[in-house]
Design a protein around this ligand. Structure first.
Ligand SMILES: C[S@@+](CC[C@H](N)C(=O)[O-])C[C@H]1O[C@@H](n2cnc3c(N)ncnc32)[C@H](O)[C@@H]1O
Length: 223
């Protein structure tokens, strides 16, 4: 069944799960999500003094990793869940986190040298509009890092089983994790997704697989 990605519902869902978002992420990924984010970001070879935008920033992992390892860059996170923005701010009061919608970015053309987005696009109803916006605000020759669940392989089936058990334990907010399962399996596999990006003018220059391909990072360039 196709998951309901009505933007207001998605926003409400992330507002509601924000208090335990980080703990559940740590638990479900057995702590690996942070390492994978770090490894994928390193593949961008970020240049000093770059201007970077992290879309769907959530609790701020991408912004915090970038600022820690590339202190000479300017980086900002954007998310439409105000509770997630509050959480990101509470974890990093010096970080720049702003409310906004990926399908209508409050920036002018070619403002960013790099754009990152982790585990976000999967939740966006109008994916095409979001990719158009990424293209618009990215500098020509700029790079876009997209990280999310990848191939629907056997390990993915095992992850689904693990999540189903978690759903039973979490009872109260289980519908959010039922949504996670649906959105993950409904999301195109990397090769299909790359075709979509390329239709919008972003050329795939590298693909990196993590956890046997259950997580995939694609680096795309605006040509
Ligand atoms: C699964 S979380 C990922 C957070 C973070 N990038 C990470 O990897 O931990 C997805 C985030 O995307 C945000 N989001 C979903 N649709 C959005 C949209 N259209 N515009 C802005 N943020 C959006 C949600 O509020 C949520 O914080």
């Amino acid at each position: 069944m196709t998951p309901d990605k009505n933007p207001q519902k998605i926003k409400d869902m992330f507002d509601e799960i924000s208090p335990y978002y980080d703990s559940v992420n740590n638990f479900m990924s057995l702590g690996t999500h942070y390492i994978i984010k770090f490894l994928a970001i390193r593949k961008l070879n970020i240049k000093p003094r770059s201007n970077i935008l992290d879309l769907c920033c959530g609790s701020g992992d991408f912004v915090n990793i970038i600022k820690k390892y590339y202190p000479r860059v300017k980086v900002m996170g954007l998310d439409f869940s105000r509770e997630m923005i509050k959480l990101a701010k509470s974890k990093n009061p010096d970080g720049t986190f702003i409310p906004g919608d990926c399908t209508d970015l409050p920036f002018k053309e070619k403002e960013f040298d790099y754009i990152t987005m982790g585990f976000g696009l999967r939740n966006i109803e109008n994916r095409s509009k979001a990719i158009d916006e990424i293209y618009r605000v990215l500098e020509t020759g700029g790079k876009f890092l997209h990280l999310d669940f990848g191939y629907h392989n056997k390990l993915n089936t095992l992850f689904n089983l693990f999540t189903s058990i978690l759903i039973k334990i979490l009872k109260k907010n289980s519908r959010h994790y039922e949504y996670l399962l649906k959105s993950k399996d409904d999301f195109p596999e990397p090769n299909e997704l790359i075709k979509e990006f390329e239709q919008h003018g972003l050329k795939c220059i590298k693909i990196y697989n993590y956890m046997f391909g259950t997580i995939s990072a694609q680096i795309l360039m605006k040509i």
